[in-house]
Design a protein around this ligand. Structure first.
Ligand code: ADP
Length: 324
């Protein structure tokens, strides 16, 4: 392998730049060429490539987003689109790639690998932490810190006005952000898709905490939670049944995806980038880099896609105890 392509694809996350930097510098260190591919699979199809040297990734380790840009690309889902991408890679002399992205990006890479026998390695970049084969995805830790910081601020205003706040955080299918940030921010209740205890129980719990002397409360709701039809409907339900509280809703939204990556994410990205390049040079392919028990490991990419992450039951128990 003499020339490795690197790109970011799908939803962006903090730490992607640190991963790009790591891949580029590891290539320079091991004396293989590195090519940046802009806008994920879209740029691959359009031949939007740029050679990257050790100095082209200066001062990006601390930047959120991705300097290579990200995109969603319908054309790559077609055989013709992937053929164009392959032709461009071959024309540019690229003989392997590192894809930094989520589930969808890995699925594309796996299909591409099967069709053209092209070496691919994935680095999990998503704030949702919903990828099997790694305890942490890039961006998750940063997103948790962002959410906790936001909730701390909401708590100040909630306690000044005896309000109940429903705070919606990202997580359409999984509650990892909600659960971890909820414990970290001291939320009363955490509503996640993995566990639907019903709205009556929520009311009871809020009543209990009011009776026990709490004057304000924060309830964290993951986007994908099904306790209510949505967070606003849930607010109406609680207000109708529990007139003592002034209920407010705050939807944190895309701020959760941005910001300077935490030290943890920068270190993780640096370690994953090294492993990705070294693995390709060892002739490995169709794998995803992950971290488990603080060791950088490899998982077959199809397992990473198909496997499901489990919610931390022990952390749910801890959160229940803390909301006494
Ligand atoms: P993420 O990587 O964050 O999960 P997406 O699901 O949007 O984001 O996937 C990113 C891109 O990966 C898609 O826009 C598409 O180009 C490619 N992709 C996803 N699924 C497939 C598939 N089944 N076949 C080919 N390409 C795919």
């Amino acid at each position: 392998i003499r020339k490795i392509g690197v790109f970011t694809s799908g939803g962006d996350s903090p730490g992607m730049n640190a991963a790009i930097r790591s891949v580029v510098r590891t290539c320079a260190y091991l004396k293989v060429e590195c090519i940046g591919i802009y806008r994920g699979y879209q740029g691959m199809i359009e031949g939007d490539f740029k050679p990257m040297g050790a100095r082209s990734v200066n001062n990006i380790i601390n930047k959120g987003g991705t300097i290579l840009k990200s995109a969603r690309c319908q054309e790559f889902r077609t055989k013709e689109g992937r053929q164009k991408a392959y032709d461009n890679l071959i024309a540019a002399g690229i003989d392997a790639f590192v894809v930094i992205g989520g589930d969808g990006s890995f699925t594309g890479a796996m299909i591409f690998n099967q069709e053209f026998d092209f070496p691919v390695i994935g680095i999990p970049g998503t704030i949702d932490n919903d990828i099997f084969g790694t305890t942490f995805t890039l961006g998750f830790d940063t997103a948790l810190n962002t959410v906790v910081e936001a909730i701390d601020k909401i708590r100040d205003t909630a306690s000044s006005h005896n309000r109940l706040f429903f705070v919606e955080v990202m997580g359409r299918d999984v509650g990892h952000i909600a659960l971890n940030a909820g414990v970290g921010a001291g939320a009363e209740e955490i509503l996640i898709p993995e566990e639907n205890l019903g709205r009556e129980r929520l009311l009871e719990s809020l009543k209990r905490s009011k009776e026990s002397g709490k004057s304000s409360s924060i309830v964290i709701v993951a986007e994908g939670d099904k306790t209510g039809k949505n967070i606003f409907e849930l607010k109406d339900y609680v207000e109708d049944n529990f007139p003592d509280y002034d209920v407010r809703v705050s939807v944190l939204g895309h701020m959760q995806r941005g910001g300077s990556p935490s030290c943890y994410d920068r270190v993780l990205a640096s370690r994953m980038g090294v492993k990705a390049v070294e693995s390709l040079l060892e002739g490995k392919t169709n794998l995803m880099v992950g971290i488990q028990d603080n060791e950088i490991i490899l998982t077959p990419i199809n397992k990473a896609i198909k496997g499901h992450t489990k919610i931390d039951k022990e952390l749910i128990r801890v959160s229940d105890i803390m909301s006494i």
